[in-house]
Design a protein around this ligand. Sequence first.
Ligand code: ZN
Ligand code: MN
Length: 495
Amino acid sequence: MIKEGWEAVIGMEVHAQLATSSKIFCGCAVETGGEPNSNTCPVCLGLPGALPVLNRRVIELGARAALALGLEIQETSVFSRKNYFYPDLPKGYQISQYDKPFSANGTLTIMTSERDDQGRAVEWKPMKIHIERMHLEEDAGKNVHEGLPDVDKYSYVDLNRAGTPLGEIVTAPDFRTSWQAYDYVNHVRSALRWIGASDADMEKGNLRCEANVSVRRVGETGFNNKSELKNLNSVRFMQKAIEFEIERQIDAHEKGEPVNQETRLWDEKNQCTRVMRSKEDAHDYRYFPEPDLQPLVVTSEFIESVRREMPELPDAMRDRFVTDYSLSFADASHLVSDKDLAFFYEAAAEASGNPRVTANFILSELQRELNNSGRSAADCPFPPGELASLIKTLDSGSINNNQAKEVLVEMFASGKSASDVITEKGFKQVSDETAIAKYVDEVIARNQDNVDAYRAGNEKLFGFFVGQVMKASEGKANPKVVNEILRSKLQSNDG
Ligand code: ZN
Ligand code: MN
């Protein structure tokens, strides 16, 4: 929670590694875990005279990403040199894009919610995010330090990662809370995976995010100094770092202490942010157009061909779920937050013929089981058709809602079919009228006083009879049939 009278201003930068098999400007393989410097050539080593050649697949995957994030692909974009010196950057510059990015001006609707003390979502609401740009660039290599910090023995440079293609996605400073930023990154991650543009795995480093955070008094329109949070190894660390930073800055402003424009790191061990470098070290990158590459021209035919090859996008699927299946916007958004879950849902909804109840079962019961076991919908122990058959059985009235939930839990644990679990648990309801009529006759015979009272006009007693019949059948009688038979027998005087 942000202190009364203050608001946070947060912009996000996400670097996503595009899932190509070779690098952006040479033919070297993109792979992790190889011998250091084994996937290198004169181009990605930055040797004099080597010339970059743009990888077409980078443009296809970049176009997919841009379309999935609601960005407009620019007809002409220009690669530029971003000059700085660092040991993992052998050319002395990074080939990136500057004033003419690959795509720009995106609008993305995400679902977001604040969280309570237990980290549970309070209320999901749609939020429109403006994405300023997504440009394409090459990644740098990696410096590897041996020994403890302060007593380094050696530092090494591994250039296997140098030249790996990245899309850098930059938002406007639209976020006001750490949870909005958290929900945004999760949305981007799932959208990129959905369309196969990136593996978007933060642990493996193929999705990296930075947050620009400043605070101001409510009502102010200008911006105060911001800090740039880096080294955020998970979305949760990022959220905690932003939260810490908001409090730290408000505190400093209130005490009249300076808030410097600086880069800070998240220190998970001490649960705080620390200065990495201050404004004095700020780079002037001296961007200029890369003379060894032509401007990139993307035709509308190319964009159309990429669009045709793409699966249905999550936003389109969400809107379709709302229209075709009468789901709420929030429920549909949660279902499409994960591709496997969305496809599982659609298959189950079609097979069950009851999309609403199918959505309820997936979003409450199944999601809980998946979360508890750390699985995704793709490794659900039963197929969508089995969930559909459970829901059909529920709809037929032969099991009730609580029983259906219990069956689902058992199906998840054992992988057994719905009908096997229902039989094992003895849940099959008795709908046979002769059998139920027998129970009704017994109950009427045993409770003649109440029968007389009911017939004399005490209609409240009806519930009592239903209860007695259910008890006599050990809970297995179909309540609908019980009601019908009871009503007819109690009304006729020969009972
Ligand atoms: Zn290479
Ligand atoms: Mn970048």
